[in-house]
Write a protein that binds this ligand. Structure first.
Ligand code: FES
Length: 184
């Protein structure tokens, strides 16, 4: 940067020395570079350690909350004796849904249909268009969706409206006179 004048006394005389400051500046710059490098290295090592410890911890805490438990189980609906022959009969029950740490209780509604009292069909009461709840209209013997006038027949087949597919069905079993559907 520039020259620096140093002075000292020798035998009563003041001797002025002219030093080239450039060499000192270079060593200061070296020191600064070393300090910068050390602090950068320290920061990088700290960041690596934080990431190594932090990512698994975050995954442990947040991971389960993002997972929806898909395991299905048999859900008991009720007695077969409640089903009217030839008429879809609505069964309602409560189920628990777990999403990570959160457990929600939901209502499950299922229409059960049998024509002979032995073979049963379980149909969802959720419209396959946009998910509104359908209802059985005894007079017309059809399911009706109030949202966009979708109509399904007794077996859940499409009659009219914007519905894209028949009503969804549940896997069903009967044990000791009790109806169960597979869900979760
Ligand atoms: S939601 Fe049922 S017809 Fe649109």
């Amino acid at each position: 940067m520039g020259d620096r004048l140093d002075q000292f006394r020798s035998n009563g005389r003041v001797i002025m020395l002219k030093n080239d400051v450039g060499s000192n500046t270079t060593s200061e710059e070296d020191t600064l570079d070393r300090r910068n490098f050390l602090s950068l290295a320290t920061w990088a090592i700290g960041a690596l350690i934080s990431a190594a410890l932090g990512i698994p911890a975050i995954a442990y805490i947040v991971g389960p909350a993002l997972q929806r438990e898909e395991a299905q189980e048999w859900i008991q609906l009720g007695s077969t004796t409640k089903v009217e022959l030839g008429t879809p009969t609505l069964f309602k029950t409560k189920i628990e849904r777990k999403t990570g740490w959160i457990v929600n209780e939901e209502e499950l509604s299922v229409y059960i249909l049998t024509d002979n009292g032995r073979d049963f069909v379980a149909m969802s009461n959720i419209c396959t268009h946009l998910g509104c709840r359908i209802r059985w209209v005894a007079d017309s013997e059809q399911f009706f969706c109030p949202c966009h006038n979708g109509v399904f027949d007794k077996d859940g087949g499409i009659v009219s409206g914007p519905i894209p597919r028949p009503l969804d069905r549940f896997e069903l079993k009967v044990e000791e006179g009790q109806l169960y559907v597979l869900g979760g």
